[in-house]
Write a protein that binds this ligand. Structure first.
Ligand code: PDD
Length: 288
């Protein structure tokens, strides 16, 4: 059972989440100067932890914050947090900022990174969303040019998601120079002439852990899959559109800009892939 007063971790100690406080001069608060991860936990076991820790290391290196922990130490902290919060299905949020220093844009000479972890109960995707799919809208990707960094500076993503929500949609699918990049907080796949397609990795999108697994599962099960650019007109005539993320797994989009996608129902390739995905997760729940 997830506790009513969940535990968190801040700079060396576990404490109740509501008692965790960061000084206002933390550069995360002042500048959004930090990076984060969201790691799903199924039956108490972190999902693709090595992949998440590698992406964290890449984000830290890209913003030039020294990684404050070894992978073994991260693993220990996450395991202890998950244990304190009752095992089960959770979503671990992990954040590292450049630390506390007088406000000055340049890097401080001697700050210590702030390390914060919390976890939330993992909410399954609502039945109705799996049955009917969700709506998405296309928006101009006006974010910066380093979208492969999992930065806590999420103001553009927040504005884009909110715009989608105000259009009655669950997600914004972003277009840059006439091509799909990703969602405001998800990666994008389409099914085009029976081929699963997702944009290639690069600095225009976050290399999603769920995205990579979907590509792996497609290869393993012999489903044609390509990592290549998706022009806007191909998105608009796709038979299926999916969104992937750690928190929403693989979600079918059945309306794009108020127009049905395919026949307006979640598609057969999505259904197949979600089955493969859930069987993969089940191997975590019931290790051999
Ligand atoms: N976001 N792209 C963006 C911009 C994201 O924020 C996310 C996830 C993804 C999917 O990555 P992954 O499969 O590793 O979760 C792609 C998380 C869930 C969040 O910010 O809450």
């Amino acid at each position: 059972m997830f506790p009513e007063q969940p535990a968190a971790y801040l700079n060396g100690e576990f404490l109740p989440l509501h008692q965790a406080c960061v000084p206002v001069l933390d550069r995360g608060f002042i500048f959004g100067d930090g990076v984060y991860e969201v790691i799903p936990v199924y039956a108490g076991r972190p999902f693709r932890l090595a992949h998440h820790l590698q992406r964290l290391a890449n984000s830290l290196a890209a913003v030039r914050i020294d990684n404050p922990h070894t992978d073994g130490e991260w693993e220990g902290l996450i395991a202890e947090l998950v244990r304190r919060n009752g095992e089960g299905d959770q979503s671990v949020y992990l954040q590292v900022t450049r630390g506390i220093a007088p406000r000055d844009h340049r890097f401080p000479a001697d700050s210590r990174p702030t390390v914060f972890l919390m976890s939330n109960p993992f909410k399954p995707v609502p039945e109705a969303e799996l049955r009917d799919g969700v709506a998405a809208v296309t928006l101009n990707d006006f974010r910066w040019e380093l979208c492969h960094i999992k930065s806590i500076s999420l103001l553009p993503n927040i504005l884009l998601r909110q715009q989608a929500v105000e259009h009655g949609a669950a997600e914004a699918i972003l277009l840059r120079n006439g091509k799909v990049t990703e969602g405001a907080a998800s990666n994008v796949f389409i099914v085009s002439d029976d081929v699963i397609v997702t944009p290639p990795k690069g600095d225009c999108l976050l290399p999603g852990i769920t995205r990579d697994l979907v590509v792996e599962l497609a290869m393993e099960h012999g489903l044609p899959c390509e990592e290549r650019d998706i022009p806007e007109n191909e998105l608009r005539r796709a038979g299926e559109i999916w969104l992937t993320s750690s928190t929403r797994e693989i979600l079918p989009v059945t309306r794009l800009d108020d127009i049905p996608v395919g026949d307006g129902r979640p598609g057969p390739v999505w259904r197949d892939m979600l089955g493969h995905y859930h069987r993969f997760v089940d191997t975590l729940r019931r290790p051999a």
